[in-house]
Design a protein around this ligand. Structure first.
Ligand SMILES: [Fe+2]
Ligand SMILES: [Fe+2]
Length: 191
């Protein structure tokens, strides 16, 4: 369903155990970035009505998630702050082809793969942590991020035939698997 080619490793769960606070702060940044990505796609393809409508919904939902994580941080007296980003997003963006319509397909599929990985990690996190509030919170986010993944894959088909989109999704998800398996020493939601 999520089109991912590998599961998150024990290496990441070890980072969760050691640096949970930093990962929770990064999660708030991820939700903001998810809203910003949807806004950027809306601006780039503003003539496409189905895309604009879907992006509007995603922007609203991601901003809601942003404040849900901010509330969670506040309940735990964790100060929200800027953090140097990990390099997952940067590495993925290097896979985007330069010219439309290929560029549109890649931007949408990469956004979809980031949603899929978030989804997979939220599930791992909800099963891994012993804290019931965190377990419930991460389990509750699974459904909306899975839906965002499907929305992005569906929208890519506005720019290329379905078979072309699925073949490209397969290539990009192989790239995503390599990037996530390589990991990042900074503890992040996608490290
Ligand atoms: Fe979200
Ligand atoms: Fe999302």
């Amino acid at each position: 369903m999520l089109n991912l080619q590998c599961a998150s490793s024990q290496r990441w769960l070890d980072q969760v155990d050691q640096y949970l606070e930093e990962i929770l702060i990064d999660h708030a940044h991820c939700e903001h970035k998810a809203a910003a990505t949807a806004m950027s796609l809306l601006g780039s393809y503003i003539e496409n009505r189905p895309l604009c409508e879907a992006m509007t919904e995603i922007i609203q939902e991601e901003l809601e998630h942003f404040y849900m994580v901010r509330d969670l941080l506040e309940r735990r007296s964790i100060g929200f702050r800027l953090q140097p980003p990990g390099d997952y997003g940067r590495q993925l963006h290097k896979l985007i082809r330069p010219n439309d319509p290929d560029r549109a397909v890649d931007r949408l599929l990469i956004a979809g793969l980031i949603e899929a990985r978030s989804c997979e990690r939220f599930k791992r996190l909800s099963e891994h942590v012993t804290d019931p509030e965190l377990a419930e919170f991460y389990a509750s986010l699974f459904e909306s991020e899975a839906r965002h993944h499907s929305t992005y894959v569906r929208l890519a088909k506005e720019f290329a035939p379905p078979a072309t989109v699925h073949a490209r999704l397969n290539e990009l998800s192989a790239g995503e698997a390599m990037i996530i398996q390589r990991g990042c020493p900074l503890p992040r939601m996608h490290s």
